[in-house]
Each structure stands twice: as C-alpha cells, then as structure tokens.
Design a protein around this ligand. Structure first.
Ligand code: SAM
Ligand code: SF4
Ligand code: FES
Length: 348
C-alpha cells in the first residue's frame, strides 16, 4: 500500500469507523511521523466524541485466589510461591466507601477466578450501591448465567471479561484449561443481561502476530464493546512464559488508537500494565485515544500479593496517594476528572 495512503485511510476510518484487515496491518506498521499522525488523529476523535474529561474507576483487587492457569498470569493456580488472600465482604464494602470519598464514581471489583460466593458478591453490590452513588463494574472471570443475572439484578452496571486474543488456537495455547467459545458465550450473556460490556486483549503475547491483532480489533468492532482494555504482556517469572519478552509500548499505543477510530464512543483505559512498563505509558495512551484510568483502592497491605505481572506500579502506595498522583497526571495533560459515573454514552 502506498505511503500516501495514510491520510486516505485516516479520513475513511474517521468518517465511517470501518477498516479492512489490510488497512489495519498498514496502521500497525507505522513508524515515526506517520505513527504520530495516527495517534494524534485518535486523540482528536476522543476529544470530539467524548470531550476533555477522564473517568476514574477505583479498583479493589479483593482476592488473588484463582482456579485457572492462564500461562501469562502471576495469579495462576500453579504459582505456589504466591501467598493467597481473600477479603471479607465487609472489608470490600469499607474500601469501596473510601473510594467513593476520594471521588471515584465507579468502583471496580476484580479478583482471580475465585470461588467467592455469589450471594456474598450480591450482598457487596447491594451495600455499595446503597451506601455510595458510584457505579459498579465487575471483573470476576467466568461464572454461571444465573450468577451474572443475580449481580445485574442487585445493581452491577458493567462487566469486564477480556478475551485476551481473538485467535482460537492462540487462546487455546495460552489457556489449556479454558474454552474460547465458552468465553465468547459469556460475553453474549453479559450483553443480553444489560451489562455495559468490556473486553480486550494483551499485546505481545508469545505466538501473537499482526494478523491476530487484526482479528482482535475486528472482533472489538463486531461486538460493539462499551469498554476495551488493551495492555502489554509483561513476563512474570513464576509462569511458563517467564523467558519471553514484554509487549511493546508502541504496538500497544497503536492498538489503542485504532480501537478509538473503530469505536469512537467506547471507554478505553490507559492501563496500569502500560504504566508499569513505561512511566509515561498511561500519559501516552491518554494522548492516543484513551479516556479512562483505573487507580487502585485496595488496602496497601494486600497490593504486593496481586502481582499479575512483576514491577506493577502502585504496590507501595495507599489509595489517597494514587488519587493525588492521578490528579497530577490529568492536570499536567490539561484534562479534567469527570464527576459523573461515566456510563457508556452508547447506553444512555
Ligand atoms: N481473573 C479475571 C479474568 O481473568 O478475567 C480477572 C482478573 S485478571 C488478573 C485481569 C487481567 O489481567 C486479565 O484479563 C489479563 O488481561 C491481565 N493479565 C494477567 N497477566 C498478565 C500479564 N502477565 N501481562 C499483562 N496482563 C496480564
Ligand atoms: Fe486467573 Fe484471571 Fe490470572 Fe487467568 S488472568 S490466571 S483467570 S487471575
Ligand atoms: Fe498509584 Fe500513581 S497511580 S502511584
């Protein structure tokens, strides 16, 4: 494809929000000034469609128990070196209350794929909704339809379930005990139940190619996701993928930017993983189409046990430190913290 194609492709995707596989490959290979042009265009689309506000989602990582063995993740069941914890329901509600006091209008409840009791989760959701005016996002992995239904009925607003890759063979290699179709089916259930649905991928997974990233991007579009989480792979020493290299910052930013152009109204986080491999990673993503940050509000004493990857940022900070830090980052970018819940503009 000729180099002069860039302006034409950016014009087309900005007006129609569509790209072919070949056009995505072309964008994924951009470098130098051409790459800057892509990132700037995504930033302009973000500004035009969603404005200057950044949504903060306070995340509570309430349990690192996991029955799965995703090959990349430090929480995998076979990582026996990791001390495990699970917070009591009352502790989780108290942390959410502190998050709400810091101004977070969304509380994210995340865990490994734990056997945390569904009724207890329902109670936690009801309490948080009763005591705060925050929205609730769940990120608890694969559960039964009836459990998703119960939590939605209790007031949960959103659900994040990353596919990690849209390539079924790669998915199977990385998740030997899981099933790609089963994960897709759960995304369909969540949508049917009225959740705002998020998914996403990991950039730089061993075995991933530009073609598989194209598959990911086309699937994000097909599923018309309300939220898309895109972060780099970070090799964890306690996993079978310890010796592989980390995903690249540039490829992660390109994928964020293309997602913004394909899905102009979706919420895209500047991920903690990107901030962990590059101190300016989140800032760069916020200038390449991202409009969300997920500061940690888990009590400091548990943070070091939720290292899904090494050198995770915010391990030694308290919730209040992260709030201050994020406020500074947002102000330095000339942006503002949103004061509303930040529901998907596609659903309201
Ligand atoms: N257990 C739930 C699940 O897998 O859906 C939610 C928690 S899981 C820790 C959250 C996300 O962490 C995963 O979706 C995955 O994208 C990310 N993750 C895990 N290990 C990672 C690694 N080594 N590098 C980058 N991201 C990783
Ligand atoms: Fe468990 Fe989620 Fe990590 Fe997979 S990614 S091992 S399900 S915590
Ligand atoms: Fe936690 Fe910066 S966001 S220290």
């Amino acid at each position: 494809m000729a180099e002069t194609s860039l302006s034409r492709i950016l014009e087309k995707v900005t007006s129609r929000n569509q790209l072919s596989g070949d056009e995505i490959i072309y964008l994924l290979q951009l470098e130098g000034d051409d790459l800057k042009q892509l990132l700037n265009q995504a930033d302009r689309v973000r500004a035009r469609m969603l404005g200057n506000k950044i949504h903060l989602r306070g995340i509570i990582e309430f349990s690192n128990n996991c029955r799965r063995n995703c090959k990349y993740c430090g929480l995998r069941q076979d990582n026996l070196a990791l001390p495990r914890y699970s917070l009591a329901a009352e502790e989780i509600v108290a942390m959410a209350g502190q998050g709400a006091k810091l101004g977070y209008r969304t509380i994210v409840l995340q865990s490994g794929e734990d056997y945390y009791d569904a009724e207890k989760i329902a109670w936690i959701i009801r309490e948080i909704k009763g005591q705060t005016d925050s929205a609730i996002t769940l990120c608890l992995g694969e559960r039964d339809y009836q459990e998703y239904k119960l939590w939605r009925a209790m007031g949960a607003d959103r659900y994040l379930l990353k596919l990690e890759t849209a390539d079924p063979d790669l998915y199977h290699n990385l998740h030997p005990d899981m099933d790609y179709q089963q994960r897709r089916e759960r995304l369909a259930w969540l949508k049917e139940l009225g959740y705002q649905v998020g998914s996403g991928n990991i950039i730089g997974l061993p075995g991933q190619t530009e073609e598989t990233i194209v598959q990911d991007l086309l699937l994000f579009k097909e599923l018309d996701l309300e939220m898309v989480g895109i972060g780099p792979f970070i090799a964890h020493p306690g996993t079978p993928l310890a010796d592989f290299k980390n995903g690249s910052v540039a490829m992660t930013l390109k994928t964020v930017a293309i997602t913004r152009l394909l899905l102009p109204l979706s919420h895209l986080p500047a991920t903690t993983a990107l901030g962990s491999i590059d101190r300016q990673g989140r800032q760069q993503a916020l200038r390449a189409g991202a409009n969300v940050v997920m500061p940690n509000i888990t009590a400091a004493e548990y943070r070091s046990f939720y290292q899904i990857y090494p050198a995770k940022i915010c391990i030694n900070e308290q919730a209040v430190d992260c709030r201050r830090c994020i406020g500074g980052i947002i102000a330095a970018l000339g942006r503002e913290v949103a004061v509303d819940c930040g529901h998907s503009p596609k659903m309201v």
